[in-house]
Design a protein around this ligand. Sequence first.
Ligand SMILES: *Cc1c(COP(=O)(O)O)cnc(C)c1O
Length: 442
Amino acid sequence: MARDLNALWHPCTQMKDHERLPIIPIKKGDGVWLEDFEGNRYIDAISSWWVNIFGHCNPRINDAIKEQLDTLEHVILAGFTHETVIELSERLVQVTPRGLDKCFYADNGSSAIEVALKMSFHYWRNSGNTRKTKFVNLANSYHGETLGALSVGDVSLYKDTYEPLLLEILTAPSPDCYNRDPGESWEDYSLRQFAHMEKLLAEQGDEICAVIVEPLIQCAGHMRMYHPIYLTRLKAACEKYNVHLIADEIAVGFGRTGTMFACEQAGITPDFMCLSKGLTAGYLPLSVVLTTNHVYDAFYDEYETLKAFLHSHSYTGNPIGCRTALATLDIFAQDNVIEANKALSKCMWDSTQHLIDHPHVADVRQHGMVLAIEMVQNKSSKTPYPWQERRGLRVFEHGLKNNCLLRPLGNVVYMMPPYIITESEIQHLAKIATEGIDIATR
Ligand SMILES: *Cc1c(COP(=O)(O)O)cnc(C)c1O
């Protein structure tokens, strides 16, 4: 621990917190379990920041990586190609919504967002439309931390400091159903919120390149959720006003919301779909932007026209990352994961229902394999606890003492576990989360 604090600067961390909170060195991982050097074990309830979907040190994925490692570790993807990236691209085209036919690789989620933003902007230029320079996002959205990705996000904690450096963005109110009226359905509320988006597109569509959204769940924005009808309407409006739709499925793709991709629930195909995180089951940094042949064709011309997409990352299409992604897709196919997850989702729901009546819980919400519990100071007015009180941290600490890695987002406690978790492990998480919420709200 001392060597760590001497040489490292950790992500998303006020390092001074570690004067009080010990940093936890992990010795090994096995399935949903992480083990430290003192033999303490923790259920990874948050899939190590939402990336891990089939457990730590999964033997099937490990074997695939070892095989790839002895064949080809990396090769430049400009002018060269390899079997693994070709097969992965074919399979991604097959499993994603119909019409997404081309894969462009990057090496993390934020980079994929940068690719999608640049591609959309560049598409309009290549098509002779230079008026389109703006992007629309949703309030409370998150798309990563690099400057372009941060620009299209809307979580003030991450964004405000850097505001002078960022792109100007048009922001539509979120369809987030936490804010619906008492008795109002998710569908009605999301539809009501869509009216604002429609108006924005109708008025300024001529200047807008694309709308970017996180389909169904705003994960970093406190796991706020909305109804798929919003996406269905949004896709139709984007077509009507000649604006691209970018679906950021970096967190929700690969089964998180109960379908392989969240867009399926709305029956839509976006113009760009960004994938990362679960793409390699949480093993390696890899991301991909899928788009249509229509977009691809706008870049396809003689070199001298300078229409090409001259964007690259050193590790674009890394063979070990791609092989890991193929192993991930194999597990989805062989184990019928989406179907099997239904019982786990139900168990997550059943084991937390008692919290709806908790005097300091305003909402228990779920989409598939994500379940979130919102702690509040006042239940009827939904008045939040002041953020400075850091109530979630108390849940985190209670979890650590009881074999659970729960890492609340502010006042929101959530489960987003690997899909190999068992029902009894879910019940343990629910029990410890409940105790943690009792302690944190005392
Ligand atoms: C995590 C995340 C990103 C950024 O991905 P990184 O790999 O962390 O850069 C972008 N969008 C969403 C929705 C995410 O959850």
